[in-house]
Design a protein around this ligand. Structure first.
Ligand SMILES: NC(=[NH2+])NCCC[C@H](N)C(=O)O
Length: 301
């Protein structure tokens, strides 16, 4: 029971270290001014950040994912594993439902964490150079937002985060379950690690593709209001204005960087969690489990 939570922490740390630079590029591309774009595309954005802010610029805002990581991934893998057990049978529908439940619950932490991350990633760039008050770090950012806008302020973008995370985490766990079964992942298989990495990477890709347009809107809502000027009056207004100004392509802004990040991050996360559980689960635990998949996956009963 508790092992799922611990495994989530360990796996999540591996993921954030691998993927944060890609996330920084994604956010910069999603919210840059289309009239005066700073970056021509994904690779130009990478190059510009490294050239102007050094490689450390790619790790701006990593504090909040790392700070939130302990809880988010523990919550995700803990809730998913225990929900699946509560649902009683390891079926594809239950995998999706258990994943969706985990995705919805972790928004409590994910939303404020991504608000701080987004603000830190944009701080000191382009039109945000002058408008953003200097945030010392992610925690200072959240404290300043809370002082100025209260609870509502630090939960800015909560509805769009829930719309993004609930189905995407369902697809996240369902894809991993289907892939590992299809590839026949077995503990004694000499190719088990590459198979787990591939399955985890594909789960990340599928989950981000499933709700990506919502992520663009969420980023814009969380970046909105910097310097006190708000452009959007809610999700529908943001969708309407974004589509009106840039057409449907606006909903794919930053997608390349997101997918470049999603594969390695989730390959590392899922493989780490599965291997961790494989070695930490006692023989007694395994005997207690109903006959599950050929390998003890993060979410197996
Ligand atoms: N929005 C999503 N696609 N969520 C599911 C994947 C979440 C995963 N922790 C990542 O950051 O890639």
């Amino acid at each position: 029971m508790a092992l799922d939570f611990l495994a989530g922490c360990v796996g999540g740390a591996a993921g954030v270290l691998v993927g944060h630079p890609f996330d920084t590029v994604k956010v910069r591309l999603q919210v840059q001014n289309v009239e005066k774009p700073l970056y021509r595309g994904t690779f130009h954005c990478f190059q510009s950040i490294i050239k102007q802010e050094s490689a450390f610029g790619l790790y701006k805002g990593i504090g909040s994912p790392m700070m939130g990581l302990t809880f988010i991934n523990a919550l995700v893998f803990g809730v998913q594993g225990n929900t699946l057990r509560a649902l009683g049978k390891d079926t594809p529908l239950n995998q999706f439902l258990a994943g969706s439940a985990a995705g919805a619950i972790q928004c409590i932490i994910c939303c404020p964490m991504e608000l701080a991350k987004t603000r830190m990633q944009l701080q000191g760039t382009g039109e945000y150079k002058l408008k953003t008050k200097n945030y010392k770090n992610s925690l200072d950012c959240l404290i300043k937002i809370y002082r100025k806008e209260g609870l509502r302020g630090i939960n800015r973008g909560m509805v769009s985060t829930l719309i993004r995370e609930t189905p995407s985490f369902g697809f996240y766990f369902l894809t991993y379950d289907c892939m590992t079964r299809y590839l026949g992942c077995e503990a004694e298989d000499s190719y088990v690690i590459p198979k787990l990495l591939f399955s985890g990477g594909m789960s990340g890709i599928v989950s981000w593709l499933s709700t990506y347009p919502v992520d663009v809107i969420k980023s814009r809502l969380q970046a909105d209001g910097v310097g006190g000027v708000t452009q959007y009056n809610g999700i529908l207004d943001c969708v309407r204005k974004s589509y009106h100004e840039e057409g449907w392509r606006v909903f794919t802004r930053g997608l390349t960087s997101t997918l470049l990040r999603a594969f390695p991050v989730n390959a590392a996360t899922f493989a780490t969690v599965t291997v961790f559980l494989m070695y930490m689960r006692s023989e007694d635990d395994l005997r207690e489990c109903e006959p599950g998949p050929v390998i003890q996956q993060p979410s197996s009963l």
